[in-house]
Design a protein around this ligand. Structure first.
Ligand code: URA
Length: 434
């Protein structure tokens, strides 16, 4: 039995080697390394960090604890080519419905999008919960079913099977209860082990920055983005990252059915400009990395596929293939309007209060296993920098249960205003390519 080296030796000048990391991850999976030993290691990593080599080995050990999605060997053999396989990962934010639009949009641009997504916990919703607002939508496809769908439609969005990076699943559950989620090395290995399992040719990260994001400061967001881009590159997966603003929700709609409805609007060439802009930027990075489009033509191609209905048609095909019965718009709960009590310029939007309100009404989970009400939500009608006048509609709250609604504290104070003009916030803050 190997001693727990990180904990007994000083970190300075000391690193875990490949054998040690693999020993620990394999042992954790087969039960020979106990949970308490693994949580000690996770805490040590959290406090002391890991260098890039250690992080890359940890990623590879976690990836190899499970299986990979097969490539389309048959097609490759037949015509000597294979559609590039790409994906996006977001660190999560309020109103982030980009995946629902991005997957079908890319699928009509000659790339495949095998998207393995998660559920929401706390304030930010999960892509799977949003899609499950569509009656019948299945997220639990088998590897054979998802591979066949990818071949036919070019996109799927499913939950991770227990065969994808099981070491990460087990370690994440432990990190969640031991206060060790917030480590750049552990987050990097966790995200990349799952993305590498999809056998991708290119990845783009959407690292959110702001009050409602995992990364609250620009420095922390940059550190995570560089770590993921560099470790992915070492692992043979070309990756770029966009740092995007999360000091206000993305788009207008929050809540599951509500966000599906807004995604459809964007897929039909309408919807909020910022949702379209971020989606197009993330997609453009992928098309360029995958060699499918050039810098100057990528955005034009993507915008035209939103405007001409192709992306929406592919979304409908993806939903039908996953047994979803799409009616548009999906029903939402009873709307109630909140109006401004003052004149002024919006200087901040309290994302945490809005996210908490959606959870309080039943639109999110406080703990794993909580049931979700897809029909509740909040529309935010104003953005930072916008001028508002007394009596103007600020929010629409969708809720049928009076007891949950009456629990919401002072929704008119979810925004702050100033008497003098303040500029809008840039949505895309920075691009990180190395
Ligand atoms: N998302 C993941 O998949 N893993 C983490 O560790 C954090 C966020």
């Amino acid at each position: 039995m190997l001693a727990a080296p990180l904990i007994v030796k000083k970190r300075e000048g000391f690193e875990l080697n490949e054998d040690e990391i693999r020993f620990l991850i394999n042992g954790f999976c087969d039960g020979s390394v106990a949970d308490y030993q693994m949580s000690a290691l996770a805490m040590a990593i959290c406090l002391k960090g890991m260098n890039q080599t250690e992080t890359a080995i940890l990623t590879s050990a976690m990836l190899e604890s499970g299986s990979r999605l097969p490539r389309r060997e048959a097609e490759r053999r037949q015509n000597g080519s294979d559609r590039p396989r790409v994906d996006k990962h977001s660190t999560g934010g309020l109103g982030d419905k980009v995946s629902l639009i991005l997957a079908p949009l890319l699928a009509v641009c000659d790339v495949d999008v095998p998207m393995i997504s998660g559920r929401g916990l706390g304030l930010t919703g999960g892509t799977l919960d949003k899609l499950e607002a569509i009656p019948g939508f299945r997220t639990d496809l088998s590897t054979e079913q998802s591979s066949a769908q990818l071949e036919r439609i070019g996109a799927f969005i499913v939950s991770a099977s227990e065969h994808i990076a099981p070491a990460d699943r087990k370690l994440y559950a432990l990190r969640d209860v031991t206060g060790t989620v917030e480590s750049v090395a552990l987050i990097t290995a966790s995200i990349l082990s799952k993305k590498l399992a999809a056998s991708l040719d290119a990845l783009v990260m959407d690292v959110k920055v702001g009050a409602a994001a995992f990364m609250k400061t620009l420095d922390n967001a940059r550190e995570l983005a560089h770590s993921i881009v560099q470790v992915a590159d070492r692992s043979g997966l070309p990756t770029t990252a966009i740092l995007s603003d999360m000091d206000q929700p993305l788009g207008q709609s929050n809540g599951n059915a509500n966000e599906v409805n807004e995604s459809i609007a964007v897929l039909q060439g309408q919807g909020p400009q910022e949702v379209r802009e971020l989606t197009v930027e993330l997609c453009a990075d992928l098309l360029i990395q995958a060699g499918v489009a050039k810098q100057d033509s990528a955005r034009e191609m993507l915008n035209s596929k939103l405007d001409n209905g192709e992306a929406y048609e592919r979304f409908e095909q993806m939903v039908a293939a996953q047994d979803g019965r799409m009616t548009h718009p999906l029903p939402v709960a009873t709307p109630r309007c909140i109006e401004s009590k003052t004149d002024g310029f919006v200087s901040s939007v309290n994302c945490l209060a809005i996210g908490e309100a959606v959870v309080a009404m039943g639109g999110g989970r406080r703990k794993m296993g909580d049931k979700i009400d897809p029909a509740v939500g909040v529309d935010v009608h104003v953005r930072i920098g916008q001028e508002v006048v007394k009596g103007q509609k600020l929010f629409t709250i969708f809720c049928d249960r009076y007891d949950s609604y009456s629990e919401l504290r002072q929704p008119d104070q979810w925004i702050e205003t100033t008497p003098t003009a303040c500029g809008p916030r840039p949505l895309i803050i920075e691009r990180i390519t190395d």
